[in-house]
Ligand binder design. Structure first.
Ligand code: SF4
Length: 371
């Protein structure tokens, strides 16, 4: 959560604001509990289908559904998912090594706590981690490879059992599809460690910027600098949005947008008038033209710079190219002004300066301002 928006993390986990109830959390939790119940068996057989569905009825969480019809629809859908789940896993049932296993890990002094849905011991002696998901879409290979939760589970599992993890799975409950990949290598585990330390340091330093993303707004728009005003306006709260003296912000917003639009519409006309003046000045050999109240001065402005190849050829033998590395005009300027740079190099460098572009510029002056 911190990675997607540090502010929402602070509001939820430090300020402890309550998240809103949502049907997909209730649905996900119930399905999750049932999968856990099915596998939490030390000696086979596991629950029969009737027992599993009875458990589902008992544990059903109704919070967050918008209507009784919606709730019924998802309840039936859940029964379908679990029936298929049972059909697949009952015949091949083997008790897992752990179910809903609580873990604590210490990453260079940072303590993490979590729960792993299921850990299986493979024939090879290695371990397999399974995490149940009720997401709508199947997981892509890229998602599996990037999933930080699986990486942390691997770290925890290897610390807990001192055995290698050989398989990581996100189990897509809606389609009863296990999406699996191999374990993270040591480089990936190291990257995850760095990430944990970086996030922990940012949290300790109180860095909680609001970071907008595709799932905004979160449950706390009234506390977010991107959404607070919209929220207050929608709530009709004028008391909560004191206006600065003389500034009616809603009017300023509309005025700003309208002016931007006018500027955009006028730009082609402005360019046309500019080109007419430039064309006239060039044809008549003039640098200034008069209107009734204003004059416009025309000049060709030359931009000077250096050719990268020529500069490298000059500086490399003197061991100075490293100071520039690529053609960075500001670094070259530093080199030119640096007394420590040999006089002849500075002179020859200056002689390499050439016109790299020219552009026509116009300056306007009010006629009464003329001396
Ligand atoms: S609404 Fe604001 S606080 Fe919430 S996730 Fe988006 S940017 Fe972050």
């Amino acid at each position: 959560m911190y990675q997607s928006c540090p502010l929402s993390y602070r509001l939820r986990y430090i300020d402890r604001l309550e998240a809103k109830e949502k049907w997909y959390f209730s649905f996900g939790k119930t399905i999750h509990l049932c999968a856990e119940h099915f596998f939490r068996v030390k000696v086979p057989p596991p629950s029969t289908l009737e027992e599993l569905l009875q458990f589902y009825e008992q544990e059903w969480l109704a919070e967050g559904f918008e209507s009784a019809e919606e709730e019924m629809k998802y309840k039936a859908y859940g029964r379908e998912i679990l029936s298929k789940f049972w059909e697949i896993h009952y015949p091949e049932f083997r008790p897992p090594l752990a179910v809903e296993r609580l873990f604590y890990i210490d990453v260079d002094g940072i303590k993490l706590r979590g729960f792993i849905d299921r850990v299986d011991k493979l024939e090879s002696g290695g371990l397999s981690i399974v995490d149940y998901k009720t997401n709508r879409d199947l997981f892509t290979i890229d998602h599996l490879e990037q999933d930080l939760q699986l990486t942390l589970y691997q770290m925890a599992t290897e610390q807990l059992w001192q055995l290698p993890v050989e398989k990581l799975t996100l189990y897509h409950m809606r389609s009863n599809t296990p999406c699996s990949c191999g374990p993270r290598d040591s480089q990936r585990l190291e990257q995850a460690r760095h990430l944990i330390l970086e996030v922990a340091e940012n949290i300790a330093r109180g860095k909680f910027p609001a970071t907008e993303h595709q799932y905004c707004p979160c449950d706390f728009p009234e506390h977010c600098p991107y959404y607070r005003h919209q929220y207050l306006v929608a709530a009709g709260d004028t008391v909560g949005q004191p206006e600065l003296p003389g500034i009616a912000i809603a009017d300023s917003v509309e005025q700003y947008v309208s002016l931007q639009q006018q500027i955009k519409e006028l730009r082609p006309q402005l360019e046309e008038a500019k080109q007419a003046i430039i064309g006239f000045c060039e044809a008549e050999g003039l640098n200034r033209v008069q209107g009734k109240d204003n004059s416009v001065t025309y000049k060709l402005v030359e931009m000077t710079g250096f050719s990268e190849d020529e500069v490298r050829e000059l500086l490399a033998p003197a061991g100075l190219w490293e100071q520039v590395l690529s053609l960075d005009q500001s670094k070259l300027k530093e080199l030119l002004g640096d007394e420590a740079t040999a006089q002849d190099i500075r002179k020859r460098l200056e002689s390499l300066r050439k016109v790299v572009s020219t552009s026509a510029r116009l300056w306007v002056k009010k006629l009464e301002d003329e001396p």
